[in-house]
Design a protein around this ligand. Sequence first.
Ligand code: NDP
Length: 284
Amino acid sequence: MSKNYRAELVGAFGNPIDENPTGVMEEAAFAAKGLNFRYLTVKVNREDLEAAMNGVRAFQMKGINLTIPHKVRVLPYLDELSPAAEIIGAVNMVVNRGGKLWGDNTDGKGFLISLENEGVTVRDKKVVILGAGGAAKAIGVECALAGAKKITVVNRSRERGEDLAELIRDRTEAESEYVEWDSAYSVPRDTDILVNATSIGLYPDVNSKPDVVYDTITDGMTVSDVVFNDPNTLFLQEAARRGAHTVNGLGMLVNQGALNFTLWTGEEAPAEVMMDTLKKEFGL
Ligand code: NDP
């Protein structure tokens, strides 16, 4: 029988990228499924993105993850976009379909799966999102596409916040409004799901928490955080103290990685292996 010494290649392009843990999780998943795939974590500068994307085609890579600063700037180098990526205007992953590059944004879908795994669905729910950056946009658009009734965008900078609320109103069936965040935010009583989609609480800023009137969080709410390192953020600790159902950012990270795994390999992802690997990596 002839031998195959060639592995299928996927990976990530970004800068900074050295501390991105995705490769460890994906490689553990490839090993668990006995797949001859390798995940390359590659530092790519802003001005070298076009060359790098030509490299995806030249090396016949199966696909690639994009992270800071490439998620939006990669769009001109792609042949096709998923409907959600087209609305969000950013991709975090690309699949190479025989030389045609197809982009998707799996961050928001990963978030939805992390809620579903906790028995929480967004259909007809009122969702409040703190932040209006890349993560907030992906989460807001996917919640709206999944049938959320209303998305409230709470953001420090007015323009970004208003743009996201307008995008959701224009491109989905959901209601959406922007609320300026210039003092401690009181969470409306009828909120079903509250999400911190800012980078507040991200390592090494672990002693910070979003400026919220925490006593307005009730035990009827689901409260989630996108920050995954450390996942037990002060924000979630405060919410848990008020009896809320908390969902940390590890699930979003694992589930977007699991979706990417399936899009690249065509196989079901071993999500538990991926979660265990990440927890070990983070010393949890
Ligand atoms: P962006 O830079 O695109 O957006 C950051 C957001 O945070 C903006 O809305 C910004 O507000 C807000 N913000 C930052 N600092 C403050 C502050 N001190 N007070 C108020 N608002 C603040 O970042 P991303 O959206 O790409 O990432 C956000 C977080 O999501 C990061 O921690 C990232 O690690 C995490 N993430 C997690 C994922 C997961 O799988 N769990 C996936 C992707 C991201 P303004 O507009 O006013 O500047």
